[in-house]
Design a protein around this ligand. Sequence first.
Ligand SMILES: Cc1cc2nc3c(=O)[nH]c(=O)nc-3n(C[C@H](O)[C@H](O)[C@H](O)COP(=O)(O)OP(=O)(O)OC[C@H]3O[C@@H](n4cnc5c(N)ncnc54)[C@H](O)[C@@H]3O)c2cc1C
Length: 227
Amino acid sequence: LQSRVGNGLVYSSDYLSDDQATSLLLTNIQGDTLIEPRVIPFKTGQRHFHWKKNVVALGLAAGFLEPLESTSIHLIQRGIIRLMQMFPYGGINQPDQHEFNQQMSDEYEFIRDFIIMHYHITERTDTEFWRRNSAMSIPDSLQHRLSLFQESGRVFQAEGDVFGENSWTQVMLGQGLTPASYHPIVDMMSDHELRQFMRHQLQRVELVIKQLPDHNAFIAKYCPARL
Ligand SMILES: Cc1cc2nc3c(=O)[nH]c(=O)nc-3n(C[C@H](O)[C@H](O)[C@H](O)COP(=O)(O)OP(=O)(O)OC[C@H]3O[C@@H](n4cnc5c(N)ncnc54)[C@H](O)[C@@H]3O)c2cc1C
């Protein structure tokens, strides 16, 4: 999309009417609007069974989480890959269906936890929306991840979790969740060694960045649009 900027506003109808949301969206847009805003209601959740008999649900037919982390296309791709891995030959069998359903369901739940985390550990308290959502009860799996990080700074990426350790860590630290302790291996390095190590890391990153084209140059080279 190179000729215009797409804009949207995700809101909860418990706290904002469609008219209020539309006016909030429009007051934050710079430049001319090309179309009237459309309200797209959504209900979150996933199917009890992604694969049942000879029907496999993919994409929106399988479930929807919410647009904050934009994972729908990833889930479609994962569903297709899993279906290829477990594609039936000589008849559909129950273990294949069960494994497919379990893996899909786990993946939705990892993303669910990641999204809930944003709302749960938010530092915002300025509106009822944020106050209510930060106080909501959270899944045990998320509570475990948060406690683990809070106590020891440990983060693990589970099998099938799209979000890596760095993503979980970024959100937790970014939202003010600081671990009470750190891994003892850190104490085996002097401050000087640690500084040198970090400087070396920075140099490596800078070296890669220097060789990369900027955003406009990349688009002009690989996917220029006819405007
Ligand atoms: C503005 C916007 C931005 C988004 N950004 C992102 C993003 O950055 N990253 C991301 O991962 N996801 C994003 N998404 C979500 C993602 O694009 C959608 O979840 C995904 O395209 C859904 O694909 P789908 O094939 O499941 O459904 P659809 O694309 O809705 O396809 C369903 C198809 O079925 C057809 N159909 C419906 N009913 C019938 C019927 N009865 N008979 C025959 N055909 C029928 C429809 O016409 C349609 O062609 C975004 C969505 C929107 C709206």
